[in-house]
Design a protein around this ligand. Structure first.
Ligand code: GLC
Length: 443
């Protein structure tokens, strides 16, 4: 791409972010996602830092407003306008005694990208300001990582568990859907599926109602209802992990989340060092354990990483884009990294015309338009490119970054893309697509 085209793309991306700015925080997309989401805001801050570093810090600060007293960072900090009372009442984070007062949040978390975002903002600051910035946010990140270990790693395995598909950020990814169908599909939902009650249900869904998005690009109604029902069960236990686990076998050691967490620990150590502060010994011990634990998600027979059921300890052998994310963790061996790169290059799996499908073409789930079951997403491309570079696959990283940028230049700042022809899908003017393109072009 020539420099003029790149400058135009950056200007257009900046415009998307400006329009999605709600005064100190950014919505992922204006109509569809009117609140602040955890990992979205981290990706947004990573892009915004190139345009307005103070504003990128504010994005993180507003995210941290939602932090619970026990350290959890919620996946949503709700828009407090009266129009959104229904969304707030659906999630009811406030059922838990640790939820903050004065700000309404969800009761679950999302991939811990915050340490990466904080580190990268700091990298663009000069020395004294960088230290001040790191010192300001370090306590919140330490508390969050400590909470992940204390609350979500009850058996001290070095891997954290998730209780709801939304926590993975890859909502309807095949391993989650297969676990959901196995363990958490209420009878009334599967009957609804058989009775084809779609018309009625669609009226209540923001994504498919008013025909904003074709139903084929979103999760099915049965899945949406099952997600809702898992959330209701969590609410009945006031989002108390121990109480939820005592009554449910639906808990997953998610590969994408744990890969991101391992990398986040690395970022946290760098932040602490630059701030001149030591991390608590107990946290360091847990961090060390996680480094090796990712290998427990490796399957020798198929030569791939997978999600694992927390309860049965069985791998859920559904390959997805998450199977490539141990590259981003930086915690796997060079030889395993090379094996992942081979998979990335296979035309029957991940090497489609446009990068990188959210499930391999060979998967029975593959559908080029269906949310996390086929389309390409800019954030996972960004994570994979980082991982490739980390393992010295510089050429592959560069190619991935270039083709991701070309895909967006061709089709617009959409939420996701058909990996066969780059046709856009999902929400238009999607914030993390815009922000990460800025980062790709400016880094
Ligand atoms: C969807 C995505 C999730 C994202 C959210 C807001 O739920 O699956 O990853 O954070 O939308 O963009």
């Amino acid at each position: 791409m020539d420099s003029e085209a790149a400058a135009k793309l950056i200007d257009d991306a900046a415009e998307v972010l400006k329009n999605n700015d709600r005064g100190g925080w950014t919505v992922p997309a204006s109509e569809l996602y009117p609140h602040q989401w955890l990992w979205d805001s981290c990706f947004i801050a990573i892009g915004l830092r190139h345009l307005d570093i103070e504003r990128s810090k504010t994005e993180i600060r507003s995210l941290l407003r939602g932090q619970w007293d026990n350290g959890m960072l919620p996946h949503i900090v709700f828009n407090n306008q009266t129009d959104y009372a229904r969304d707030r009442n659906n999630e009811r984070g406030d059922l838990n005694p640790f939820a903050p007062t004065g700000v309404s949040t969800s009761g679950i978390t999302q991939p811990p990208m915050v340490a990466e975002a904080v580190l990268r903002i700091g990298q663009l600051l000069k020395s004294p300001e960088r230290r001040t910035w790191y010192k300001e946010v370090l306590p919140a990140i330490i508390r969050y990582h400590e909470w992940l270990y204390a609350d979500r790693d009850p058996h001290k395995e070095g891997l954290v568990l998730l209780l709801h598909p939304y926590e993975s950020g890859l909502d309807n990814s095949p391993p989650w859907i297969s676990e959901l169908r196995k363990h958490s599909m209420p009878l009334w939902v599967s009957s609804g599926e058989r009775l084809h009650l779609d018309g009625i249900i669609n009226r209540f869904r923001r994504d498919v109602k008013r025909k904003t998005l074709p139903p084929g690009q979103r999760i099915t109604n049965a899945e949406a209802l099952a997600f809702w029902s898992v959330m209701r069960r969590m609410q009945r236990k006031a989002y108390n992990t121990e109480a939820i686990l005592s009554r449910s076998v639906f808990a997953v050691e998610d590969l994408a989340f744990n890969s991101i967490f391992i990398r986040a620990n690395d970022c946290l150590e760098q932040i602490a060092k630059a701030a001149g502060q030591a991390l608590p010994d107990s946290l360091l011990e847990n961090i060390g354990k996680s480094q090796n634990a990712i290998e427990n998600l490796w399957d020798e027979n198929t030569g791939f990483y997978y999600n694992r059921s927390f309860v049965s300890h069985r791998l859920i052998e559904e390959p997805t884009v998450a199977s490539l994310l141990p590259l981003y963790s930086g915690a796997i061996s060079r030889s395993r990294a090379a094996m992942l790169v081979k998979r990335l290059k296979r035309p029957d799996e991940f090497a489609l015309k446009w990068p990188v499908p959210s499930v391999p073409r060979s998967s029975s789930y593959f559908d080029p338009y269906k949310y996390w079951q086929g389309p390409s997403w800019v954030n996972t491309n960004w994570l994979i490119a980082e991982g490739l570079e980390r393992y010295g696959f510089d050429l592959e990283a560069k190619e991935l970054r270039v083709s991701t940028t070309r895909m967006v230049a061709k089709s617009g700042f959409y939420e996701y893309f058909n990996p066969l022809d780059a046709k856009p899908a999902g929400a238009a003017n999607f914030s993390w697509t815009a922000a990460l393109i800025i980062d790709l072009l400016k880094s």
